[in-house]
Design a protein around this ligand. Structure first.
Ligand SMILES: Nc1ncnc2c1ncn2[C@@H]1O[C@H](COP(=O)(O)OP(=O)(O)OP(=O)(O)O)[C@@H](O)[C@H]1O
Length: 217
């Protein structure tokens, strides 16, 4: 299911200091980029959307995803996926089992679950990798499996927290294109947090600070 992610006067304060102030609508398939110096509130904005904001902060405003007000929902009911730089696969599970673990429990039956895992591996150009040990994958292969695992949970929106920063330059642009093409193909509303102007440029959407000011690249 896809739909817009609407941050309606989302405001997060720490004491009397505003950390996040966003009034923004992200269309299906669009990527909003949030940039800013260390400590400026980028991760705080993502935590609020995920539903994991620390108690030290005060939150106001509403978060609407695909027509549903998710502001007060617990994280597992929000259908918001997260991809981050240290995304690790479970080392004791095969690649296929790592992917199957992410599938919603509503998808029943071994054959149906297996078919979805195989289709995800195909899309990641990793057909035949289901029984592989994650430790035997290259960095790029691991990054593609981590993305497919996030997508198999069938999120409506995808948050990307510096997801490419551990990859070297050539792999970075390859994985970035792969991630962006999946976002467009699935029509996911996405928010990218990055320090990298090239990432922001490739994302193609608006670029703003956690306080909602436009950022010039
Ligand atoms: N759990 C917490 N409890 C209290 N204050 C916090 C907590 N997490 C972050 N902060 C503070 O909130 C502010 C925003 O932090 P945040 O992590 O959102 O910044 P950031 O832009 O993501 O930084 P970085 O680029 O370094 O990851 C900072 O002043 C930080 O010290």
């Amino acid at each position: 299911m896809s739909g817009a992610l609407i941050l309606q006067d989302l405001r997060i304060d720490q004491g009397t200091t505003p950390v996040v102030a966003l009034n923004q609508s992200v269309a299906p398939g669009e990527v909003l980029t949030i940039m800013g110096p260390s400590g400026s509130g980028k991760s705080t904005a993502l935590s609020a959307i995920l539903g994991t904001l620390a108690p030290a902060f005060r939150q106001q405003g509403r978060i609407i995803l695909a027509g549903r007000d998710i502001t007060a929902l617990p994280p597992h009911q929000r259908r918001v996926g997260l991809l981050f730089q240290d995304d690790v696969l479970f080392p004791h599970l095969s690649v296929g089992a790592n992917l199957a673990f992410a599938l919603p429990p509503t998808i029943k039956g071994r054959a149906a679950r297996r078919a979805l895992v195989d289709a995800a591996l195909d899309q990641a150009e990793l057909s035949g990798f289901a029984s592989r040990d994650p430790a035997t994958l290259s960095g790029g292969q691991r990054a593609r499996v981590a993305l497919m695992r996030t997508l198999l949970a069938q999120p409506c929106a995808l948050l990307l927290d510096e997801p490419f920063s551990r990859l070297d330059a050539s792999l970075r642009s390859q994985i970035r294109s792969f991630v962006l093409s999946r976002i467009r193909q699935k029509g996911l509303a996405a928010i990218l947090v990055t320090h990298d102007a090239e990432d922001a440029h490739a994302a193609g959407g608006p670029v703003i600070s956690p306080l909602g000011q436009p950022v010039t690249l």
